[in-house]
Design a protein around this ligand. Structure first.
Ligand SMILES: [Zn+2]
Length: 282
């Protein structure tokens, strides 16, 4: 066991075992809860520069239809929890803002990166602040954080702050990559979500449960998803396994065709790429 520079961001344990090094960033696995995390943390300047880069959300181009469909489903779940006033941390290009507004909810975003421009032009209120800088009354029925937690150097402090922005009886909606999933286990350092210095921790199921409990949240609905369509699977197989030749493309296409239904089974078994959790504040 190691005693890394950073304690486990999920459970606080100081015990960890080495996992791998990617792009010069050391990853370890918590001996207590199995969460995978980067230690030591990159400097604040390294982390911040990454998000303020103009092309931070460029990878999302071409995925818009899928992301909008996903946002519509999530907004309906939040509405069905009885939430009317929502804050989204890390609202990016604003797909969830649009989805929530279309369902009649009041929603504001918080986003520091230039990706917020389009959502502002569509009339959304977007606070240009990091979570720790937001000075808002505890007036929200729900706070949403889609694919945000894994980017934060101090996720526990972040969730405590989120708790303080909620009305009594409020809700938290989040998604974050899982280190407990099938691909995470099979791919190791090549798992698509191992992406330092953007991703600083990949939670295990046990680690995320402990973190939520410790910060005052009780999970109500817990699923995993992989967001993989046949085309993403084909590209992933070519990039990581088969290579770019023409026969490889044909094989990748056939494997992806066969794998798509299998990934749905994996998601239902709780072994997908990311967690999606809806939790009530206690
Ligand atoms: Zn841990």
């Amino acid at each position: 066991m190691l005693h890394p520079a950073r304690s486990c961001p999920a459970c606080g344990s100081h015990d960890a075992r080495p996992a791998f090094v990617v792009a010069g960033f050391e990853h370890v696995r918590c001996g207590e809860c199995d969460t995978l995390f980067v230690t030591p943390l990159p400097s604040a300047a390294t982390i911040e520069a990454h998000y303020l880069a103009e092309d931070y959300h460029a990878s999302a181009i071409g995925q818009e239809a899928r992301m909008r469909a996903e946002a519509d489903v999530r907004a309906a779940i939040v509405r069905d929890l009885g939430c009317r006033d929502i804050l989204e941390i890390g609202s990016g290009p604003g797909h969830f803002l649009d989805a929530a507004r279309a369902l009649g909810m009041r929603i504001e975003g918080a986003e520091r990166s230039p990706s917020a421009r389009g959502a502002r032009e569509r009339g959304h209120t977007i606070h240009e602040a990091w979570l720790q800088e937001l000075e808002l009354e505890p007036r929200f029925d729900a706070v949403a954080m889609w694919e945000v937690l894994e980017h934060l150097p101090e996720p526990r402090a972040a969730l405590e702050r989120v708790r303080g922005l909620l009305r009594p009886g409020g809700h938290l909606a989040l998604s974050t990559p899982s280190s407990s999933g099938l691909l995470a286990r099979l791919m190791g350092a090549r798992f698509v979500m191992v992406e330092p210095p953007a991703h600083l921790e990949l939670f295990s199921r046990r680690g995320l449960e402990r973190l939520l409990t410790a910060t005052g949240f009780s999970p109500l609905r817990w699923t995993t998803f992989s967001g993989l369509r046949r085309e993403n699977l084909r590209r992933g197989l070519q990039r990581y396994v088969l290579g770019g030749s023409r026969p490889a493309a044909r094989v990748a296409g056939a494997l992806a065709w066969a794998a798509e239904p299998a990934m749905r089974v994996v998601d239902r078994a709780g072994l997908g790429i990311s967690f999606e959790v809806y939790a009530a504040a206690r």
